[in-house]
Design a binder for this molecule. Structure first.
Ligand code: MV4
Length: 509
């Protein structure tokens, strides 16, 4: 065998990154720093006055205060982030998710300052930041899309005729909207005009852009997204799907990979479409292409998210790829070190978002101090969090405390681990969505994989949590009675611990 010497392509090689600034907070800031450290890259944290004692500040090699608690005076101020880079000598910025992560204007500012953004080009961000321009780009690659209007609606009568043609119910969407904001379902032609006017004024006040379009309303969809990676040499691959159908008012609650409904054939087709969508904007970095899947298992492209997503760990667990490392390598100009054929799905991963919210009180944020905080451990359990016992959950930011992720050889094992991990998780001082997560895991529709985006609305009532409470209380009572009966029983340490555990769990949920 003759070994060929390949000439390295240095045409697009950027200087390797030696210091990375993380323009974010909480669990994702820590998540990013961990990968950077493993790569031998120095880390810089930025923080608001509310986050002085936050873990991401302690974890970083250096930290810079960028202003008062409200994010529009700190984490959202691009100039302050760039100044912090200049101050510390960081060559690159990782924006995480939320905040400035999908802001094309910021991406351009970063480039203008001679810094590297760990993310796609400002052009790719801008195109994908608008649903209409995203669909226009994807259209060139014959990607399946929900029938509707391809351009912003100018003439109401014309749009109404189109709505009649595609058939009611239809959905009016704001081109600048995202995550379900600015959507309106219209059931009947008679309501069209009024709903259209409301949608335009809503979009104008919410996004400063009144452009709206229509799509046929897919009534019972599953939300399936494909993770993609593209390098600066034109290589784009996908890392299979994540299923995110379990959501509450457009806030995802449970995500998993792979999806329990995809056949290998659909998976391949969707993967190819996702790569093409990315190719339509010469995508670089990590991105997510969002689809809905209808009852017939037909899928349609909805939009592309140009950031690292909250739920990226489930993909990491089933593929073995560290997505943050790949992002950083791509930003340094490296070629992807693997091809599509090198990737395969192993096992099953599920993520539960643990929010500081009270399910018994309409999921209102429940801020306060983490009086007790013990995370679950053991085989197949990953917790990405940003808090410690005694810390306060600040009111200024997202109320997510942690992401609890479990991995198993198959879906059943991942679910069983999730239930075990939820029971092991010990949080007092604030209400959380842990008990709600257990309800989901134990629900027949979830266990059988027979659910859609209406899962929570359809099945969840506060009584469900109370029932869980009562059954646990009942078991505790039976144990207590048994202990009382068996007078000769020696109460060893283990029994006492378990008994107090019962009580805590019962009170918590
Ligand atoms: C849809 C749809 C049904 N039909 N489009 C909501 C978030 C945004 N990314 C797109 N969304 C939807 N678009 C058509 N033509 C249903 C939803 C939808 C949804 C999608 C994914 C996850 C959760 C959802 C919850 C409600 C509605």
């Amino acid at each position: 065998m003759i070994q060929q010497t390949k000439m390295p392509d240095n045409s697009k090689l950027q200087t390797p990154i030696s210091k990375l600034l993380i323009a974010n907070r909480g669990e994702i800031a820590l998540r990013i720093m961990r990968s950077a450290k493993e790569m031998g890259i120095k880390t810089v944290a930025v923080f608001s006055e509310a986050d002085r004692n936050a873990l991401h500040v302690r974890y970083a090699d250096e930290a810079v205060c960028i202003g008062p608690a409200p994010s529009n005076q700190s984490y959202l101020v691009g100039e302050k982030i760039i100044d912090a880079c200049k101050l510390t000598g960081a060559e690159a910025i990782h924006p995480g998710y939320g905040f400035l992560s999908e802001n094309a204007g910021f991406a351009q500012m970063v480039a203008n300052a001679g810094l590297i953004l760990v993310g796609p080009s400002p052009q790719a961000m801008e195109t994908m930041g608008n649903k209409l321009s995203a669909k226009a780009a994807a259209l060139r690659y014959n990607i399946p899309m929900v029938p509707g209007t391809e351009e912003a609606i100018q003439d109401v009568d014309e749009a109404k005729q189109r709505a009649i043609d595609v058939g009611f119910p239809i959905l009016i969407k704001a081109a600048a909207g995202g995550g379900g904001k600015g959507m309106r379902i219209v059931e009947r032609a008679e309501d069209f005009e009024e709903q259209m006017q409301l949608a335009v004024s809503e979009a104008t006040s919410a996004f400063g852009d009144g452009a709206v379009f229509i799509e046929r309303y897919v009534t019972s969809p599953r939300h399936i997204e494909i993770q993609v990676l593209g390098d600066s040499h034109g290589n784009i691959i996908h890392l299979f799907e994540r299923e995110c159908s379990v959501q509450r008012r457009h806030q995802k609650v449970v995500e998993e990979a792979p999806s329990s409904v995809l056949t290998e054939e659909i998976r391949q087709k969707m993967g190819k479409c996702a790569v093409d969508v990315a190719r339509s904007v010469n995508y670089t970095g990590a991105g997510t292409v969002e689809f809905i899947l209808d009852e017939n298992l037909d899928f349609f492209f909805l939009e592309m998210n140009t950031r690292l997503q909250v739920e990226h760990p489930v993909t990491e667990l089933i593929t073995g790829v560290d997505l943050v490392k790949e992002q950083i390598k791509i930003a340094s100009g490296e070629k992807l070190s693997f091809s599509q054929d090198d990737l395969k799905i192993s096992g099953h991963a599920i993520e539960l978002r643990v929010y500081a919210e009270d399910p018994a009180n309409n999921f209102l944020p429940d801020i306060g101090i983490l009086q007790t905080y013990h995370t679950p451990k053991g085989n197949g359990v990953r917790v990405d969090d940003g808090f410690e016992q005694g810390m306060e959950i600040p009111i200024y930011y997202d109320p997510m405390i942690a992401k609890l992720i479990t991995y198993g050889k198959d879906r059943g094992e991942a679910i069983a681990r999730m239930i075990r991990a939820i029971e092991e998780y010990d949080i007092t001082g604030i209400e959380t969505t842990l008990g709600f997560g257990k309800f989901v895991m134990q629900h027949e529709a979830f266990k059988t994989g027979n659910f859609d985006t209406h899962f929570v609305a359809k099945y969840f009532k506060i009584e469900n949590l109370k029932k869980q409470d009562e059954s646990e209380a009942l078991i505790a009572a039976i144990i207590a009675a048994k202990l009382f009966d068996e007078k000769e029983l020696v109460l060893n340490n283990e029994t006492l611990k378990n008994a107090s555990g019962w009580r805590k769990n019962r009170l918590r949920y």
